[in-house]
Every structure is written in C-alpha cells, then in structure tokens.
Design a binder for this molecule. Structure first.
Ligand SMILES: NC(=O)c1ccc[n+]([C@@H]2O[C@H](COP(=O)([O-])OP(=O)(O)OC[C@H]3O[C@@H](n4cnc5c(N)ncnc54)[C@H](O)[C@@H]3O)[C@@H](O)[C@H]2O)c1
Ligand SMILES: [Zn+2]
Ligand SMILES: [Zn+2]
Length: 361
C-alpha cells in the first residue's frame, strides 16, 4: 500500500518550501514506516534548500525527528510497530572497514530506505540526510530508528537526532573533553550551544561561548558557558587566550564552519590542543594556513560528523541524563510550530531569535 501524506518539499535551488502531497510506500525488507510526532528545523535543512549539499532536487526536508513506528518490513527485528523512536542518520552496516575495526561511529556504508518516496507524479524525492521528516509519515531503514523512552517529550528528545547530538558529541566524543579542561565554542546556534552543554557535562571548568549575536551568548550561559565573547566586538582569539591564562583553550569547537571561524579556532587553542570542526562549510570555501603553524602548534585537527555518535549507545544515555535533570534538552526548544511555518523558521534562524523551532506533526 502507498500512503498519501503532506510533506515539506523544496523543488529547486533556492525555491521556497512548499507543502506537497507525497507518496510513501509500505516498508520492504530492512525498512520501517514511521508516523512522525515532531521534527526540528536544523541549519542543514537550509543548506539543502540553498543547494549547498548537492543538486538532487526535489528534497523532502526535515531530519531531527521523533515518531512512532507504524509498520516494519518482513525481516525487521530491531523495532516493532508502536515503538517510540528518535530517527538517526547513522544506521551502521556492521561490515565496512570502519565497522570491522570496531569503530562503527565512522561507518562508511550507513543504511537508508531502499524504496523511494515520490511526488504524486512519480518524481523521486531525496530525503534530507536519508530521513525526510517534515511529513506525516516517512520511510527509513529500520536501523535509523533508535527506540527510546515513550515518556520523554518528543520535541526535546528528537533534537538528539541531529543538531544537539552533533554538538554534544563534538565535545564529548570527537573533542574528548575531560574534567578540568578549557573549551571554547565558536558559533552558538543549536549545534554550538549543545557543544557548550556537552563540554559542561564532561566536566570542563572553563567553557567559553563565542558568537556575533549577544542573544545567543545569553542562552549559552544558561546551558553551561562560564564566559562569553561577542566576536563582532572583540578579537575572539585574544579574548580566549586571555580567559585561559594567556595560552588558549584545550579544545576549540568551530560550530559555524567558515574559513575565518576555523582560523580563529586554530589560533585560539593551546599548544597540542584540539580543534573540532562541526559546522558544515559550503563547496566554494577554501582554507589557507601557514604549514609551519600547523606543524609547530602540534595537537589535532578533527572534523566531527554527527558528533561521532553511535545512536544506539548515545541517545538512550543522553535521554537518561535529560530525565535526571542533568541535561536541559527543553532549553533547546524555543518554539513549537506547524508544518506550514518552516520558511518563517528559516528566517528566525537567520535573525538569531530561536535556538530550535520544532514542527509538531
Ligand atoms: N557536523 C555535523 O554532523 C552537523 C550536524 C548538524 C548541523 N551541522 C552544521 O552546524 C552548523 C551550525 O548549525 P546550527 O543549526 O547550530 O545553525 P544556527 O544557524 O542555529 O547557528 C549558527 C550560529 O553561528 C553564529 N555565527 C555565524 N557567523 C559567525 C561568526 N563569524 N562568528 C561567530 N558566530 C557566528 C550565528 O550567530 C548562530 O548563532 C551548520 O553549518 C550546520 O549545517 C553539522
Ligand atoms: Zn559500516
Ligand atoms: Zn541537522
């Protein structure tokens, strides 16, 4: 059976988001059909709309989602109809060379649904990050469903599906932040503020939030920043050094992803420190750095895809911490909106007035 539901689609580069009738097939082998409850608006959705990810239009947007499994393919055992799930974009294969090395968080062959969702005229849709959750139903690989506590607020825990996990993981997994470390986070949108929260959770004693928007800095304080730097007014490299005894931070996380913020991160870290790039650059961006500085400053330069998370390990752990009051996921949900308000949510993302808008479906 094919399900006809409403979904938020971008038909061509820069075109507005339109609500379209989409056709969602019943799950085949290895697949699960999910009735969506909530889906957050992430900057990556905007990157898709702007054609900055790839040209495979039309896109079905949305990927930070919670739902309830409504049907599964014949061979699926990991989830069952009725399960509350957070969707993920890292359904690991268990067989590739990363998985074989015991590092499934780097899996090179992650799974998505095999069947395509389409427009009514049969045009195949590309689901954002293989999810496509600004819709009443979506079809994913069963491994993209992580079973979670049904009591937790879906709007809050769904954010673990992308941005919040990416930020927390950039700090605790990729950056390997330890008790007593100093950490600076450049860019305090949903991802960056999550990195601030992750650094605080890991026991960092100095957590410096950097943004060009003072509103973002206020929110970062609520989530664990010990200091803030408005980098539209002050040189963030100097400011971070000053706040860390003149040395720079042990870990600096770039949650913007532009050459200038990357350079700030590079020079704001202590010798032998770590830079983590979690913001996503666009294809035309290039970076120039003196190679002698790359050598001479030592340490590591890392990129963080999805916070190097393993959804089955990390989502339930973070939901436990949320339910114990140790991780304030509610603070990320600035507003709850309907599916026809996604364009406005993109505008608000630009104006800096929200951390996350969450669509209730
Ligand atoms: N690596 C991953 O797995 C992953 C996952 C999700 C999102 N992302 C990416 O992370 C980035 C941030 O996403 P988001 O949802 O938090 O976006 P957002 O738009 O909510 O936040 C971006 C923040 O950066 C600030 N900013 C912009 N330019 C700046 C500058 N020059 N200096 C300091 N701050 C600056 C903005 O004021 C804003 O607060 C995006 O590039 C997104 O695509 C990466
Ligand atoms: Zn693999
Ligand atoms: Zn995202």
């Amino acid at each position: 059976m094919v399900h006809k539901v409403k979904g938020a689609v971008v038909r061509s580069k820069g075109a507005p988001v339109t609500l379209e009738t989409i056709l969602v097939p019943d799950p085949g082998p290895g697949e699960a059909l999910v009735d969506l409850l909530t889906c957050g608006v992430c900057h990556t959705d905007l990157h898709y709309k702007q054609g900055a990810i790839n040209d495979d239009f039309p896109f079905l947007l949305g990927h930070e989602a919670t739902g309830v499994v409504s049907a599964v393919g014949p061979d699926v055992t990991e989830v069952a109809p009725g399960d509350r799930v957070v969707l993920n974009w890292r359904a690991v294969c268990g067989e590739c060379r990363a998985c074989a090395k015991g590092q499934p968080q780097y899996c090179f062959n992650t799974h998505n649904a095999t069947q395509k969702m389409t427009l009514e005229d049969g045009t195949e849709l590309t689901a954002a990050l293989g999810i496509g959750a600004f819709a009443e139903k979506t079809l994913v690989a069963a491994g993209q469903c992580t079973k979670v506590e049904p009591e937790a607020d879906p709007a809050a825990v769904g954010l673990l599906g992308c941005g919040v996990m990416a930020g927390i993981g950039a700090a605790i997994n990729t950056g390997n932040v330890r008790r007593g470390d100093s950490v600076a986070v450049i860019g305090c949108g949903g991802v960056g503020v999550a990195a601030v929260a992750g650094a605080a959770l890991a026991g960092a004693t100095t957590v410096i939030a950097v943004d060009i928007d003072p509103k973002k800095l206020e929110r970062a304080k609520d989530l664990g920043a010990t200091h803030t730097v408005d980098s539209s007014a002050a040189d963030p490299v100097e400011a971070i050094r000053e706040l860390t005894g003149g040395f720079g931070a042990d870990v600096v996380i770039d949650a913007v992803g532009r050459p200038e913020t990357y350079k700030q991160a590079f020079y704001a870290r202590d010798l032998a420190g770590t830079v983590v790039l979690v913001g996503v650059p666009s294809p035309e961006m290039t970076l120039e750095l003196p190679l002698l500085d790359v050598f001479g400053r030592g340490g590591s330069l890392k990129s963080s895809w999805y916070g190097d998370c393993l959804p089955s390990r990390d989502f339930p752990m973070l939901i436990d911490l949320y339910q114990q009051g140790k991780l304030d996921l509610d603070a990320f949900v600035t507003e709850r909106i309907t599916i026809d308000q996604i364009e406005e949510a993109f505008d608000k993302m630009h104006s800096g007035s929200v951390l996350r808008s969450v669509v209730e479906l």
